[in-house]
Write a protein that binds this ligand. Sequence first.
Ligand code: MG
Length: 216
Amino acid sequence: MSDQSTLVTHEHFAYIAARTTPEDPFLADLKRAADAENIPPINIAPEQAAFMQIMLKLSRAKHVLEVGTLAGYSAIAMARALPPDGRVRTIELSPKHAQFAKSWIARSDVAGKVEVINGPGSDILPTLADLSYDAAFLDADKAGYPFYLEHCLRIVRPGGLIMADNAFAFGQLFDANPTDREAPAVKAFNEIMAAESRLQSVIVPIGDGLWVAVRK
Ligand code: MG
C-alpha cells in the first residue's frame, strides 16, 4: 500500500452496500424471478448500479449500449439514469435470457427506453455506426471482451464512457488454478485495458471489479 491507500476488505464491501440506496422492490422481484428460472445469479451489485447511474448522469449519456443483458437488471438500472429521450440498447446471446429481460423491461418504469436485441455481440456490434453512443457497458462472455472493446472504441464518442464488468474474475483474479473458466480471459482483458492508450481507465473495486474508462 502507498499514498494513503486502504485495503478494501469484505467488511468495506458490506459497509459500502449498507450505505448505498438499496435496490427497489421491482429489481428485487426481478432477481427472485430470474433465480426461479435458473438464470445465473450474476447481476451487478446494487451499489454498482448506483455507481454506474452516477457515472452516466455525470457524463450526460443519452445513448447507451450494453453487451450481455442477462435478466435485464443492469439495463433497467442504466435506463433510469438517462434523460426522457435516452435509450439503452442491450445485446443478449441467449434467447431465454433475452425473452425474460424483455418481459420484465416491458413492465418496468423504463419500458420504451430499453431495446433488447437477441443475437451474438460479435454479429451485432459491427453493424452499429461510428460515434453513435455516449456510453457502453460490457458484461458478457469474457473471451469476447477484446472484440467488443475494439468496436466500443469505434462506436462511443470521444469523452464517452466505456465500462466493463468482472475485472476481479468472479473473485478468482489471483487464483493460481481458477475454477472459473473465464478467469484467464479476464486477466488477458485487464492487460489490454491497462495498455489501451485511447482510454483513461481505472478499475473501481466495487461489485466484482468494474472497469471505468473515458474515451479520449
Ligand atoms: Mg458481470
